[in-house]
Write a new protein. Structure first.
Lengths: 362, 288
């Protein structure tokens, strides 16, 4: 329809948006890329070869921009995970939900739009003890999220489904990502892992799953450059339990009774250490693992990092040092084992000697 | 893992070395946990050791027909449930790991109430158990695991002593559909002895409602003797693994045929009930 292919990216001034833009420019084609955000990107996040536009998604101005630039692909990344990123929960909710509504309304009117990619989250499944071990894309969660980021994502996805119904000619891809880790990731979990002692829920050991930010960027590029409509879970293979994760990071854990959880969240938030909301505390209690069969088989994507590798890589780049270096533990073990071996050999030698001596005399 | 015989006195150095390696793995997190939360390192080295004395010394379990459980590939163990606390399931797990020719881990499907309880739920996952639901059962069977299911559920485990060894209704046959979809054999298994460990003669229903548990049993010793009433009676146990019922001959679509599913469910149920009566007739006494 358009002679010049144009890509519009929302949420471009944040670190994920910048990484996606850089990747698109690198692997780029002759596409024109328009990057929209409420704020101007910081200098380190600005990407050359991209037209940055400062625009509030909550206002109808986006419709004018879309009508003028006629994008064929819209990449909607402006779904914020934590209140701190928006300056409060109310602002976050408005940006996530009203922003999406305005964007979709503008897209619906624009015949140029052929493809829509939306960043969603595994938070849509909530987290509860009565759910199956894996969430597939069509699993009915036992307790859907009733607040926070998860609720926002559920609402965003509802509007996206409505849009897909009204514009069946547009290929709509929704990616439900596990928690991000990796270089430069700012998320409640990244803050959490940086704490010297990890508060946990006494009696619960959740299974957690992550995806490395480089894989997130690759998955988004794949969705933005090829027609792969549908809803897909995206997560690194495997999972880690929280206790195992703490041990691999070399962090001590501080189990707290569960009834203290809401206070813990508030204290961490007010101290500015970690932006933890109710649904993340549920995740820290019951955990969540995604079924990624559809991602590998239909979306045709295999993350380069498993969950364990994403955690290790995050620890390396974020400079998380274990309290007791694993080499010290291994060294101590080796020393003790060699002492034991020597002891065993000496005794075996003595026994052998005694036996052969006895044979000689007999 | 099967070198239990090496734990002879002259090899204490090797045992100590194994213990050290285990400690190192637990400190640095260098062990694997699968997506269901199963931690084989912890299960083999700690959890099973904790319940093994119950199996060997206390209930003196005799496991028969273990060779009917395949050495590799999926299998579905279906057994009767009894005894107020699910010790029967744990003993079956010990039998399959310690006494099966190649030692197999039993992955049990447990009631949802297990996973709502702190500690209990997380240790159940570490021991390899997961929520009793079709997706989990199918995935485990498709991965070639031995899955254990106690389809009577609370109706079985919490039934009064007067109804001992009488099988209750077998759920909705969900386990049969899972076996049909994955073409895995069903192994009907009868457990004798577990009925007598906590003879349930009453139920404190209001307290059960208050605590959110299915029942609070009254036995000849509980709650009268306080915590001492929690000690199970030392009955002699038999776990009999029956002739496998093959499902690989059916089309996976057969799982959508309710009549076939009902018939297979009945077949499994009758097989277990027959074995139960047979073993009960042969049994000389409850305790020896």
């Amino acid at each position: 329809m358009t002679s010049e292919r144009t890509l519009l990216v929302t949420g471009a001034a944040r670190s994920l948006g910048a990484a996606v833009l850089r990747d698109l420019v690198e692997h780029g084609s002759d596409r024109r890329v328009i990057a929209v955000d409420l704020n101007d990107p910081e200098a380190r996040l600005a990407v050359d070869g991209v037209e940055h536009v400062r625009l509030d998604l909550r206002a109808p101005a986006i419709a004018t921009l879309i009508a003028k630039t006629r994008p064929d692909t819209v990449l909607h990344l402006d779904v914020l995970a934590a209140p701190g990123q928006a300056g409060g929960r109310t602002a976050m909710k408005e940006r996530n939900v009203i922003g999406t509504m305005q964007l979709l309304a503008a897209c619906q009117r624009a015949p140029s739009v052929r493809r829509l990619v939306v960043k969603s989250s595994a938070a849509v499944y909530g987290s509860a003890p009565r759910d199956p071990a894996h969430f597939a894309e069509d699993t009915q969660p036992h307790r859907p999220p009733h607040s926070g980021y998860g609720k926002d994502c559920v609402e965003v996805e509802e509007y996206v489904r409505g849009f897909a119904r009204r514009r069946p000619d547009v290929a709509v891809t929704v990616l439900r990502f596990a928690g991000f880790l990796g270089t430069g990731v700012e998320s409640p979990f990244a803050d959490y892992f940086a704490l010297p002692v990890l508060p946990t829920m006494a009696g619960y050991d959740p299974r957690l799953q992550f995806v490395h930010i480089e894989d997130v960027v690759r998955a988004l590029r794949l969705a933005a450059t090829g027609d792969r409509p549908g809803v897909y879970n995206v997560a690194g293979a495997g999972s880690l339990t929280l206790s195992q994760l703490a041990r691999r990071l070399g962090r001590a854990t501080a189990p707290l009774p569960r009834f203290l959880a809401p206070y813990l969240g508030r204290v961490l938030r007010q101290a500015g250490v970690a932006d933890f909301t109710g649904d993340q505390l549920e995740l820290l209690t019951y955990g969540r693992v995604l079924d990624t069969t559809r991602m590998t088989e239909r979306f045709g994507f295999t993350p380069a990092y498993t969950t364990a590798q994403a955690v290790a890589e995050h620890a390396r780049t974020a400079g998380i040092r274990p309290l007791i270096p694993p080499d010290l533990v291994r060294g101590t073990e080796q020393r003790l084992i060699s002492v034991l071996e020597r002891h065993g050999q000496e005794r075996a030698g003595r026994a052998e000697q005694a036996r052969s001596g006895g044979d000689g005399r007999g | 893992m099967t070198d239990v015989g090496d734990a002879s006195p002259e090899n204490w150095e090797r045992r100590a070395a194994r213990g050290l390696a285990f400690l190192r793995r637990r400190i640095t997190g260098e062990y694997e946990v699968d997506e269901f939360g199963f931690d084989p390192d912890l299960t083999d080295n700690v959890l099973l050791n904790l319940i093994r004395p119950l199996y060997e010394r206390y209930f003196r379990v005799e496991a028969r027909g273990l060779e009917r459980v395949p050495n590799e590939g999926g299998a579905l163990i279906v057994a009767n449930h009894s005894g107020t606390l699910p010790l029967d399931a744990l003993m079956t797990q010990v039998a399959l790991w310690d006494h099966h020719p190649v030692g197999r881990h039993l992955r049990m499907l447990a009631a949802d109430v297990v996973f709502t309880m702190p500690y209990v739920g997380s240790y159940a996952r570490k021991a390899g158990h997961t929520l009793a639901c079709n997706p989990d059962a199918q995935r485990l069977l498709a991965d070639g695991e031995v899955v254990g299911v106690w389809p009577e559920g609370f109706k079985g485990i919490g039934k009064p002593f007067s109804e001992r060894y009488r099988l209750q209704r077998f759920g909705r046959g969900g386990f049969v559909s899972a076996a049909l979809r994955t073409g895995t054999p069903i192994i009907p298994t009868a457990i004798v002895g577990a009925e007598e460990i906590y003879p349930k003669i009453g139920d404190i229903k209001p307290l059960a409602r208050l605590l959110g548990v299915p029942y609070v049993p009254v036995t000849p010793t509980f709650p009268w003797l306080g915590p001492a009433g929690l000690i199970p009676l030392p009955s002699k146990w038999y776990i009999v693994f029956g002739e496998p019922i093959e499902t690989s001959g059916y089309d996976p679509a057969a799982a959508e045929d309710p009549m076939l599913v009902f018939n297979l469910t009945d077949q499994v149920r009758e097989s277990i009930q027959d074995t139960l009566y047979r073993v009960l007739l042969q049994r000389r006494s409850v305790f020896f």
